[in-house]
Design a protein around this ligand. Structure first.
Ligand code: IYR
Length: 221
């Protein structure tokens, strides 16, 4: 393209041929081993690893490059205890009347209930926040494609967690506004996902589920 003041040459990461085939296969295999985990070890994970994982997520594309996200990384045990207590309070209500029979039925194979021990056991929880707007000098500026942008960043976060040899869970206590209060977030932030991160416990079990096959998910044209 023609040079202008707003563009610089792209220093692209490229692979070709065998290297490309191998990289694609290895990454697929690594990601295929990812499972949502509800049983964590309390073994520590260093803050610099969590920082790299979050900054990988924050490299995601976003509408008009507004990067409409922020991440709270919590290891403080007292705060984790408060978050667990509030999450369990909401989940108790969900499992006792707020979720439909069909929903509860769909969840049976996962053996979930309102107890959320993983919030206090995992060494870290990362709370992803979305920012529907920015507040600049008291003026609201709407962000674009906020759910898409934060969803992409969250997917990259999960991939980075897996790449670091750690386990995670995408937990969605609902409603989640207690997180904004407990973490003292600014008015323009809404909790999007709560993600415990750590090693799985040695006796961690996961549901016996299969993934859709390529013919079920891909249509070639
Ligand atoms: N948020 C509840 C219920 C729940 C909902 C879905 I959709 C799941 O895939 C799993 C659980 C909980 O975390 O228990």
């Amino acid at each position: 393209m023609n040079a202008d003041n707003q563009h610089i040459p792209y220093d692209a990461y490229k692979l070709h041929g065998h290297d490309q085939r191998l990289a694609a296969q290895l990454f697929r295999n690594k990601m295929d081993k990812r499972r949502s985990t509800r049983f964590f070890s309390d073994a520590p994970v260093t803050q610099d690893v969590i920082e790299d994982i979050i900054m990988t997520a924050s490299s995601a594309p976003s509408g008009a490059h507004k990067q409409p996200w922020s991440f709270a990384a919590v290891s403080n045990p007292i705060l984790k205890e408060k978050i667990r207590e509030a999450a369990e309070k909401e989940e108790y209500e969900n499992y006792h009347g707020r979720m439909s029979e069909e929903w509860l039925d769909d969840l049976k194979i996962f053996n979930t209930d309102w107890h959320k021990e993983f919030i206090t056991i995992a060494p870290w929880i990362i709370v992803v926040f979305k920012k529907p707007y920015e507040l600049i000098e008291g003026v609201k500026h709407k962000n674009y494609y906020v759910n898409e942008s934060v969803g992409i960043a969250s997917g990259m976060l999960l991939a980075a967690i897996q790449n670091a040899g750690l386990a995670s869970l995408t937990h969605t206590p609902s409603p989640m506004n207690f997180l904004e209060k407990l973490l003292d977030r600014p008015n323009n932030e809404r909790a999007f996902l709560l993600i415990p991160v750590g090693y799985p416990s040695d006796d961690c079990m996961v549901p016996d589920i299969t993934r859709k096959t390529k013919s079920e998910v891909i249509t070639w044209y």
